[in-house]
Design a protein around this ligand. Structure first.
Ligand code: WTA
Length: 645
């Protein structure tokens, strides 16, 4: 595999960037030529941000799995596509070559067909990090079914909401999943999610943990039986290579739910061709991938990072991708470094929260681990603080590995702002420069472009993007207007990211964090409204307000102010009960770190909660709380401050 579009120097970056802005259609057409198409496009791009309507590679026909698998078979058939590291280091590793991946994917595609799945149907995937998860995702893509992967940490209620929103008729799951010392009973959670559901017709269950599970006749089938049957069919009918379904460039590839400022997660929809081109282009350029390199992205496929940089980006580039079932701290905090050593990993791509957590164990877990194979380090998901950056640089990269700080979002499909490893000079805590095709702009509240630098020479504002790149979201599932109001209506003709940023005189960007009511806890996006809805479900709770506060390891923690119906409660017990409720409604990832019981919340005369004040209190600010004169009852603020945890 060669990558003629791989940028090799800063000059090449500058000229690629310039061309991408002056002639986006010509620029992306040249790159798209490097993929396998059943039919080429008639026109490269049509767009407006008003509706929004965004179409790339119009009337092009392709199947993304042919690009991720089939086209590599001749030259890379025996090369590992996925190296799977089990949760338990004593268990056998599995190496899935491109030929094997091909076979398993078309076999599972046949299973889907046998179970009645058709192009355009929604298939919910709720599995642990096993190779079968990759087969399930790619099997869907093979026949044009729309996959919607749900992270294994979400609760039955969250799954039920997502299933309903996507009107999904099919589920692929596991009996259970191993994560560190825990077994998560995935199938039993699915069973709970399906109580009262009349839409799901089939649940395919892969055996991983052998946890006892109930299998409902007529609805639930075993993965293993289905695969065996598909294999016999394939042999009998001599279908050597089940042909992939021809997809239009703009046919939806997947839905991925993500949090916003409202109480209900949105189903972000990505299309086939644009997403493929973008994940491949950014993978090859940001990480400077060289054929034969071993790439280890530590994310879960339940999040966008896993979709784009464990599966689609690396596989479309014929890369070797490490998939890890477990967690960084089990059986000890040296696990990532064991994996790097064991597979001679060349690039590790992880979240600042993981780095901070591993930092807290000191250097002992690094002893005896050979990290000399590493060439590039990456981070994603949240701003990286300088201390963590330097720790990563010194102790993991040994000062020899460029660190790429990649800024992007579920909605952007792939990396938008990042240095290119070894090419763009890095600056700790700065995501640096936009990828070719990305035109960022910083605006003030009114949408005016920031033009006046502050005394440090920095521009400051809300981060927007002026024009579409190939992997921009196309819609939010089932509600296009929601897509418009969320991302395209705040500022005219701009995509609004929800993040704030700084820009220096070199044109480098530094992301400062969300400017909306979205929290970033351990690199996971959670809306404050979602957390509040969950807390309010608890029987005794009258009202609540959740805000973020700086947390040493998680980046942000959740601080909840709760009005409870009775005055005299056992606070500890009630806190635990509320945690339990939040775990049930959303999942353990949304559990507040602190719950303070209060008598009232600071509200304006129109009844709006002044979160700004609560945020300041949660951050530990005692004096400058800002203007409190517009409050209905300014005394509640003193009261809350007195009870601060
Ligand atoms: C934040 C994850 C600073 C940001 C890929 C964004 C970052 C949100 C960075 C998206 C970074 C992501 N520096 N902040 N390098 N990368 N973010 O959708 O606030 O889970 O809006 O996508 O994470 O989170 P999401």
């Amino acid at each position: 595999m060669s990558y003629p579009y791989q940028i090799k120097s800063l000059e090449e970056y500058n000229s690629a960037y310039k061309k991408s802005v002056e002639d986006p259609e010509g620029f992306w057409e040249n790159i798209a030529e490097n993929f396998t198409w059943r039919k080429k496009w008639d026109k490269v791009l049509e767009w407006n941000f008003k509706e929004p309507k965004i179409k790339w590679f119009i009337n092009g026909k392709l199947n993304i799995t042919e690009n991720c698998i089939d086209r590599h078979l001749k030259t890379l058939g025996d090369q590992p596509a996925i190296i799977w590291e089990p949760n338990n280091p004593e268990e056998r590793t599995r190496v899935v070559t491109y030929s094997r991946l091909h076979k398993r994917v078309y076999q599972f595609a046949q299973v889907l067909i046998n179970n009645g799945v058709k192009k355009g149907d929604r298939v919910c995937i709720y599995m642990g990090m096993v190779p079968e998860l990759a087969y399930a995702v790619l099997g869907c893509a093979r026949i044009g079914a729309i996959h919607s992967v749900i992270f294994g940490g979400f609760s039955a209620q969250s799954i039920a909401d997502r299933l309903y929103d996507a009107q999904a008729e099919f589920i692929v799951t596991c009996d259970g999943a191993y994560r560190g010392g825990k077994d998560i009973p995935l199938k039993s959670i699915i069973d709970d999610a399906l109580i009262g559901n009349r839409i799901v017709k089939r649940v395919i269950v892969y055996t991983r943990t052998r946890t006892p599970i109930s299998m409902l006749k007529g609805r639930d089938v075993w993965w293993e039986d289905e695969m065996e049957y598909a294999e016999s069919q394939i042999e009998k009918d001599n279908i050597i290579r089940m042909p992939a379904t021809e997809m239009d460039a703009e046919d939806p590839l997947f839905i991925l739910y993500t949090s916003g400022s409202t109480g209900k997660p949105k189903g972000v929809v990505h299309s086939s061709a644009g997403y493929m081109v973008w994940t491949n282009y950014t993978f090859v350029n940001v990480f400077q991938y060289k054929p034969g390199d071993v790439f280890f992205c530590t994310a879960d496929v339940g999040w966008i990072t896993g979709h784009s940089y464990i599966l689609y980006g690396p596989l479309s580039a014929g890369a070797t991708s490490v998939m890890f079932e477990g967690i960084p701290t089990w059986p000890d905090a040296g696990r990532f470094w064991d994996i790097v050593d064991k597979y001679k990993v060349n690039t590790i791509y992880t979240a600042p929260t993981a780095i901070r957590s591993l930092m807290s164990y000191g250097l002992e877990p690094l002893k005896g681990k050979d990290l000399s194979s590493l060439k590039v380090l990456g981070t994603v998901g949240e701003p990286i603080n300088e201390e963590a950056w330097h720790w990563y640089d010194e102790n993991i990269g040994k000062g020899n590995c460029p660190i790429v700080d990649t800024w992007w979002q579920t909605e952007t499909g792939g990396i938008l702002i990042s240095n290119l490893a070894g090419i763009t000079p890095a600056k700790p805590s700065w995501a640096t420069l936009p990828m070719p095709g990305v035109q960022p702009v910083l605006v003030d509240e009114k949408g005016n472009e920031a033009t006046e630098p502050d005394e440090d020479g920095l521009l400051k504002g809300n981060l927007c993007i002026k024009a579409p790149w190939p992997a921009i979201l196309r819609t939010t599932y089932g509600d296009h207007d929601r897509c418009r109001t969320n991302y395209f209506a705040t500022y005219e003709d701009l995509y609004f990211t929800g993040d704030g940023a700084l820009k220096n005189k070199d044109g480098y960007y530094r992301i400062t964090g969300r400017v909306d009511d979205v929290l970033n806890v351990s690199g996971h996006r959670i809306g404050t409204a979602e957390v509040e809805n969950a807390i309010n479900m608890h029987a005794g709770v009258i009202e609540s307000a959740a805000v973020g506060y700086p947390h040493d390891i998680k980046g942000q923690g959740i601080y909840a102010f709760v009005i409870y119906s009775h005055m005299h409660i056992d606070e500890e017990q009630t806190r635990k009960d509320i945690f339990q409720t939040v775990s049930r409604v959303i999942g353990a990832i949304a559990k507040p770190d602190k719950i303070q019981f209060v008598n009232g919340l600071p509200k304006t005369r129109s009844g709006k909660i002044m979160r700004r004040i609560l945020r300041k209190i949660a951050e530990g600010e005692t004096k400058n709380l800002g203007d409190t004169t517009t409050l209905l009852d300014p005394a509640v603020v003193d009261d809350i401050q007195k009870g601060k945890l």
